[in-house]
Design a protein around this ligand. Sequence first.
Ligand code: KG4
Ligand code: ZN
Length: 367
Amino acid sequence: MVKESLWAILIVVKTTILGIETSCDETSASVVEVSSGGIKILSNIISSQINIHKKYGGVVPEVASRAHLESINSVIEESLLASSKTFDNINFVAVTCGPGLSGSLVVGFSAAKIISSIFNKTLVCVNHLEGHIYANFVGQNQKKIKFPAIVLVVSGGHTQILKMTSHLKYEVLGQTKDDACGEAFDKVARILDVGYPGGPNIEKISKGISEDKYNFPRSGMGVKTGKDKDGFVIKINPDLDFSFSGLKTAVLSEVRKRKSGRLSKYDKKEIAASFQKAAIDVLVKKTIWAAERDKAKSVLLSGGVSANKELRKNLKKETKKIKVDFFVPDFELSTDNAAMIAIAGYFRNLKEKKSEVNINPNLKLVR
Ligand code: KG4
Ligand code: ZN
């Protein structure tokens, strides 16, 4: 393990990383430079497939991998051009190896592997979730983020509260038992028929609308019980696991209550706002519980749902109350992008020189 005191020495040298991300429906390449001045993103090109998948109401894996294939070369070229770097200037290549869609992952991974063999560069495999977490370490944040940190990861496929004890070391404190939070946003958007992508559309139609019209359920806010070694029921507090399927079902029931089956535009807005509030309340409360219990020095928000302004605002407010520093990536680094992969790759490469040499659609952050 690299000792904290060594970080300062290690980053005196300038390191240039080419990051590649194709785990879902964004083809992205980025050039990131790490020096004593901090972590600087020189380019971060993202080719979104939103318009392609829109007509299907969600990501179609085969369509996604074909779209990645069509754009990967130009996205990489563009990222180099925008950063005024060439393959020769790159120290190593960092690529998402999982979790994600296998047909999508393989496109980015193959491109990274070809570049690394032709130009004789190390290939570093990055976990997509680790990428989301490290999107917080841009600029001077690398020095400002103190451990232990509580990390809320909220994406389309994952919802977890992690305790980060040092760089690349995590403990899972809680996770969803059913739907991921982003998935719940996407499903509710489908129920309300407000289009794809779900999360941003729910946020958009909720803006300025009362959040209190519907009292949707907030799961797991009570005391969790378990059994001790002798089989006696004991209280486990706080419960840091999540469940969003009940919330989604409550929205569905509300919609089905209407005899006509029709919802006015305003009904949709009110349901969306109350749903968003219920989801955010649970995310914020549990993150604060974890931060207080484990005496966190920082709280980090990450994953696609971290683009949600209400979530950012509420978590910022609550962390301020408990006097813990709060970090959230810039909006363009909240959702999938390759800069976060390059940054996580930088830290991975410092720790382990060898790398996994294949994709793993079910790659786990904590094994
Ligand atoms: O991290 P991400 O870009 O891709 C995955 O790794 O899954 O996260 C995508 C998820 C989607 O479910 C999307 O609806 C959600 O993040 N999302 C949002 C917002 N922007 C993206 N959810 C709520 N509010 C948003 N503004
Ligand atoms: Zn993601």
